[in-house]
Design a protein. Structure first.
Lengths: 155, 263
C-alpha cells in the first residue's frame, strides 16, 4: 500500500491505496464520489473525465498514485455547496442536454475545460472538443446547444 | 489489472537504475500503458513513473532545431509550436481527444511505436534524432517494426530533436472509432531533400515511401505523386477497418493531400 494525499473538490484527502488503484476507483469507491462514471473503461467514452490540476483527464486512464499531490475537481465540485447547479449544469438542464444522464458528468467536465481555454467557442469548436465524449443516447445536438448557452451565460 | 510496485524517481539515472531491477516498465503519460495493464496484456512487476523526473518537459527552439522534452504532452506541443512548426502542432493537436492529449507524451508514443501512432510519422518524416539517457539515435535507425524500437530494455528517451523544415505537413485519415491513423502521411521539404513517412498502413510499422520521395524531389507537386503506383498492397495492414489495397490507395491520397497542404 502507498499513502497518497490530494485535494478533491477543495477538501484535503489522505489515504492508503494499492498502486494499481485507478483514480476513478479511488474517487468512487474510497471517497464515495459516484458522480464520476465508468462508461467504457477503455479510455474512449469520457464519462470518467475529471480535472487534474485544472486539466481535463480520464480518471479511468490514470492511477490514483499519479494524482498524489494534485488538485482534483469532479462533477460533485461543479455545484454550489447548497446544491445550486453551476452555470454549465443549469444550461444542460435548460436545454435538455441530458437524456439518460450517464455521460453527463464527463460532458460537463469537458465543457468546463473547453470554456476555460476558449470562452466563446463556435458550434464546430464545441463538437471538436467533445470528440472524446460519447453519448449513447446520441443527444449531441442539445449538448452542444447547452455548452453554447453556458458560454453566453458566463459572458 | 495485476498488482505492481510503483516507484517515482527524481532523476533519469535513478529511473534507469530502477528499470534494471526486476521486470519493470516505464510509465510516461500512461494513455497506452494503463489500458494495456487493465486488459492484462502486460504484467510488469514494477512501474517506473517519469512524472517526478526533472528536465524531461519543455520545448526549445533555435539554430534551425526544435528540441522537445520526451515528457512534453501532446497538448503542450499543439499549443506552443503552433507558430514555429505548424505541422508538428497540428499533428499533436489531432491525437486522440483533449483528455488524452493532456496526459500522453511524445516520448511515450515513440517508445511504444504503435504502427498507427502519429508521432513516428513526424519523427521519421523529418529525419529527427531521438535522444536517450545514453546516446542519440537517428530516426532511420530507431523504428524497427511493430511496437519495436532500437531502445534497450533499460533505456529512456529524454528528448526528440527535429530539424526545422522549409515546409512540412501531416495528412491523416482517422480511424473514426479510435482516432488513430488509418493512414497518416508526413511530408517534409528539408535542405536538399524531400522525406515522406507513412504510419498506420504497413505491417512493419512506420516507413519511408521512397518512390514518392524521389518523385517529389524532382517535382514537389501532388501531380508527381499521382503518376506513381501505390505501395504494394500485400505489405499493408489488412483488417476490419480496411483491406490492404484500400490502405495502399489511401497512402497515395494522403501523400497528395500532405504535399498540397505544404503549399
Amino acid at each position: 500500500m502507498v499513502e497518497i494525499s490530494m485535494t478533491v473538490n477543495g477538501k484535503p484527502v489522505t489515504a492508503q491505496v494499492e498502486p494499481r488503484t485507478l483514480l476513478v476507483t479511488f474517487l468512487r469507491e474510497h471517497l464515495g464520489l459516484t458522480g464520476t462514471h465508468v462508461g467504457c473503461d477503455t479510455s474512449q467514452c469520457g464519462a470518467c473525465n475529471v480535472h487534474v490540476n485544472g486539466m481535463l483527464a480520464k480518471s479511468c486512464t490514470m492511477l490514483a498514485v499519479e494524482a498524489d499531490g494534485a488538485e482534483i475537481v469532479t462533477i460533485e465540485g461543479m455545484a454550489a455547496p447548497d446544491g445550486t447547479l453551476g452555470v454549465i449544469q443549469q444550461a444542460f438542464q435548460d436545454h435538455h442536454g441530458l437524456q439518460c444522464g450517464f455521460c453527463t458528468p464527463g460532458m460537463v467536465m469537458s465543457a468546463a475545460a473547453l470554456l476555460r481555454e476558449n470562452p466563446d467557442p463556435s458550434e464546430e469548436e464545441i463538437r471538436a472538443f467533445l470528440e472524446g465524449n460519447l453519448c449513447r443516447c446520441t443527444g449531441y445536438h442539445n449538448i452542444v446547444k447547452a455548452v453554447r448557452a453556458a458560454a453566453e451565460a458566463m459572458g | 489489472m495485476y498488482a505492481f510496485e510503483f516507484v517515482k524517481p527524481k532523476t533519469v539515472e535513478e529511473a534507469v537504475a530502477a528499470l534494471r531491477e526486476g521486470e519493470a516498465k516505464v510509465l510516461a503519460g500512461g494513455q497506452t500503458l494503463i489500458p494495456t495493464l487493465k486488459q492484462r496484456l502486460a504484467a510488469p512487476e514494477k512501474l517506473v513513473s517519469l512524472a517526478g523526473v526533472e528536465g524531461l518537459r519543455g520545448i526549445r527552439t533555435g539554430d534551425g532545431v526544435v528540441e522537445i522534452g520526451a515528457g512534453t504532452t501532446h497538448a503542450v506541443i499543439a499549443r506552443e509550436l503552433a507558430g514555429a512548426v505548424p505541422a508538428l502542432a497540428a499533428l499533436a493537436g489531432d491525437i486522440g481527444d483533449p483528455a488524452v492529449r493532456n496526459r500522453g507524451t511524445i516520448g511515450g508514443s515513440l517508445a511504444n511505436n504503435d504502427p498507427s501512432a502519429d508521432w513516428p510519422a513526424a519523427v521519421l518524416g523529418l529525419g529527427a534524432t531521438v535522444v536517450t539517457d545514453r546516446r542519440e539515435i537517428a530516426a532511420d535507425d530507431f523504428f524497427q517494426g511493430l511496437f519495436t524500437t532500437a531502445l534497450e530494455e533499460d533505456e529512456i528517451i529524454t528528448a526528440v530533436r527535429f530539424p526545422m523544415p522549409k515546409t512540412a505537413a501531416y495528412a491523416k485519415f482517422d480511424q473514426p472509432a479510435s482516432r488513430f491513423a488509418l493512414v497518416g502521411v508526413f511530408v517534409a521539404r528539408l535542405d536538399g531533400n524531400v522525406r515522406v513517412a507513412v504510419t498506420g498502413a504497413s505491417e512493419n510499422g512506420v516507413f519511408r515511401w521512397q518512390a514518392a520521395e524521389a518523385a517529389l524531389g524532382a517535382d514537389f507537386a501532388p501531380a508527381a505523386v499521382e503518376a506513381l503506383a501505390p505501395p504494394p498492397a500485400e505489405e499493408m495492414i489488412s483488417d476490419l477497418h480496411g483491406a490492404g489495397d484500400y490502405r495502399a490507395h489511401l497512402v497515395k491520397v494522403m501523400t497528395k493531400r500532405a504535399v498540397a497542404a505544404c503549399g
